[in-house]
Design a protein around this ligand. Structure first.
Ligand code: PRX
Length: 636
């Protein structure tokens, strides 16, 4: 009998696991890793390096993550549902795959990739709707050792091209179109436009979803369903090294273009599984639903890998929370008997703003555990979720983590840890958080606030940024050598529970999506009207943070033309990044508050955007203090 996966069942067990993970991390993580399917065990559990950022877990081990997600469950869970797919339109057909069927689907897709010349180590970009073939394709890449890079299907052609070129992808997987609520979007057309500037791509495999006619480029584009006819439903898994790259996922930082966060095979697998089981406390017959898109890390770790590694039944939803009406989430929960539900605060806030009947008309009896992720949850939203969705009987796990951490870092364990609204809570075993002063001194004791950093590696830690390790080193390990720097500020309350305050760098979190202010400014500056711009975040009732752009135009713009210029700026952002980065407010200004050395004083702009203009601090050192008054007068 293989060893059982250790799972925490009580607070005392949590304390014991935590203590062991700190006292003897290597032994702890060796025990956690033991029950997986390994082709060869590791030579060393951990090679730690929080200075250069070269961290390795389970070096020397050989495995394939899909054997752990699929094959090893076949004997005991072959007929258990692995993937339940709920379509955008509730009147159309759901799809359900057992572990056996999902295994076959993944093998078949893997064979299509192999037949199309994809080799171990090749980068494959996926720009697809939330349909089962996206989940299948991701696993198919992992099956044959190709590196998947999923690009959220709301990004623009330019954003796709940036990511495809950075990864030097040879193959792109896409579909004819996608459904988003009442809209249909011609996904393949966006890919075609992107690929005009992507010479590395030699093959595009198109999954038919809407049945739309699309342009197929001779010699480059093929239909998945035609390729699949020849492809067998069995495919041996490629043997991977523990530290072989599993995937790249692009995410925004405070400088430059989005960077490709790299996760490798064994450490990510152990981390995704361990955190999933312990945080959500999913039981064998549960239906588990994470509403995130696979285009984001939450979809990778907690829609796909975590649940499948643990042998759970995971629900995948194509649509949006408000279609056909704002009761859709709750309807899906009742329809499928969802027991564990994991979503984003922004979704909760947007549904809170609709009539309460939308939620009260569903029973939600099946729910046992609720979770949130992606941004701080305000107390009002927490209480609404707890009262009206959880009926005051379901614990809420507020899970703090990042694309770079691979999995949940600070969170309660459902039904085990103390619940405190708007607090992520305590670190998971293996996570050693600290609060630092700006100078890098550790802040001791409770009731304190500081920069959140982690002082010991965990299995899911970012390995590098694709093609540019120096960037990873500087971003995460450079600011405070010996620590992983998160970019977040946090408070440790009197009970030692962590509350995440928000980013302390130039990153804005809009509806749980990260954007660098520089990234949006670069996009705005592509507009021919624009000379310079400065972007800041400001508190937004539904999105958490909204995007406020201050823009200087080449020519003075009269009131009558301002609307047109603003619309043109928005168009540019949509073309450069995508609709998700549309600013909420654009203010045309004649100048920006700058220091004498030319640095933009964002602190002042942030205060203006927040409407807090009474206390701007000392502005006499500015190059042109007069500009501040003009900006205040013109505030949107
Ligand atoms: O600021 C934190 C916020 O989201 C950032 C990470 O964003 P991303 O890499 O896109 O991953 C989102 C999903 C894991 C963090 O630096 N964040 C994430 N979860 C929480 C959070 N802020 C507060 N509370 C959370 N539970």
């Amino acid at each position: 009998m293989p060893a059982q996966h250790p799972c925490i069942h009580s607070y005392a067990e949590y304390e014991d696991a935590y203590r062991r993970s700190v006292e003897n991390p290597e032994q702890f993580w060796a025990e956690v890793a033991e029950p997986f399917t390994w082709r060869r065990k590791w030579d060393s559990v951990l090679k730690a390096d929080l200075v250069g950022g070269h961290n390795e877990w389970y070096s020397g081990a050989k495995l394939n993550i899909t054997e752990n997600c699929l094959d090893r469950h076949l004997a005991t869970r072959g007929n258990k549902l692995a993937l339940i797919w709920e379509p955008n339109d509730p009147k159309t057909r759901q799809i359900r795959y057992t572990y056996r069927e999902l295994h076959q689907q993944v093998c078949q897709f893997a064979n299509v990739l192999l037949n199309n010349g994809v080799e171990k180590g090749d980068r494959v970009c996926l720009y697809m709707p939330m349909i089962p073939q996206l989940a299948i394709a991701v696993l198919a890449c992992a099956r044959i050792g190709a590196v998947h890079s999923v690009i959220f299907a709301g990004f623009s052609a330019t954003a796709i091209a940036d990511r495809v070129n950075d990864a030097q992808a040879t193959v792109v997987l896409t579909s004819d179109g996608l459904n988003r609520g009442p809209k249909q979007i011609p996904v393949k057309r966006v890919v075609d436009e992107a690929l005009e500037s992507c010479p590395s791509v030699r093959r595009v495999i198109v999954v038919e979803h809407l049945g739309w006619p699309v342009h197929m480029q001779e010699g480059r584009d093929v239909w998945y369903h035609e390729e699949a006819q020849e492809a067998s439903k069995s495919c041996p898994a490629e043997e991977m090294d523990a530290e072989d790259t599993l995937f790249i996922l692009y995410t925004s930082g405070s400088t430059g273009k989005p960077k490709g966060v790299v996760h490798t095979t064994a450490g990510y697998m152990v981390w995704a599984d361990y955190t999933f089981r312990n945080v959500f406390q999913v039981q064998e017959n549960d239906v588990y639903w994470c509403t995130a898109d696979i285009g984001w890390v939450t979809g990778h770790s907690y829609l796909l890998y975590g649940p499948l590694l643990s042998g759970a039944s995971t629900l995948m939803f194509e649509g949006v929370p408000t279609y056909p009406d704002a009761g859709r989430f709750w309807e899906v929960i009742d329809k499928h008997g969802v027991n564990v539900f994991y979503t984003a605060p922004t979704a909760i806030r947007s549904l809170m703003a609709t009539p309460l009947d939308n939620v009260l008309s569903y029973s939600l009896d099946s729910l046992r555990v609720l979770g949130t992720v992606g941004e701080p949850i305000n107390e009002e939203a927490w209480h609404w979720y707890h009262t009206h969705v959880g009926k005051e009987r379901c614990p809420i796990v507020d899970t703090w983590w990042q694309t770079e951490t691979g999995g949940i870092m600070i969170s309660g364990l459902a039904g085990i840890s103390p619940l405190k609204p708007a607090h992520a809570g305590q670190p998971l075993p293996g996570v050693q958080p600290v609060l630092l002063t700006q100078e890098g001194q550790e802040i001791e004791g409770n009731g304190q606030e500081g920069y959140l950093a982690i002082k010991f590696p965990w299995p899911g830690i970012i390995r590098t940024t694709y093609g540019d390790h120096e960037r990873a080193r500087q971003t995460y390990f450079g600011p405070y050598p010996g620590y992983y720097f998160t970019g977040d500020g946090a408070r440790r309350d009197e009970d030692g529970l962590y509350r995440i305050i928000g980013r302390v760098d130039d990153v804005i979190n809009v509806s749980g999506h990260r954007f660098g202010t520089a990234e949006i400014e670069n996009a705005i500056n592509q507009n021919p009207h624009v000379v310079e711009s400065a972007v800041v975040g400001y508190p937004h009732d539904v999105k958490g943070q909204g995007i406020y752009a201050f823009v200087i135009c080449r020519e003075p713009v009269g009131k009558t033309d301002a609307g047109q210029v603003e619309a043109s700026i928005i168009e540019t952002i949509v073309a450069e990044i995508g609709k998700i980065a549309k600013p909420d407010k654009i203010q045309l200004v004649s100048g920006l508050p700058k220091t004498r050395s030319g640095k933009i004083m964002r602190r002042i702009l942030r205060k203006v955007a927040e409407g807090e203009t009474s206390n701007l601090g000392d502005i006499t050192t500015l190059l042109d203090p007069g500009v501040v008054e003009e900006i205040i007068q013109g505030k949107k």
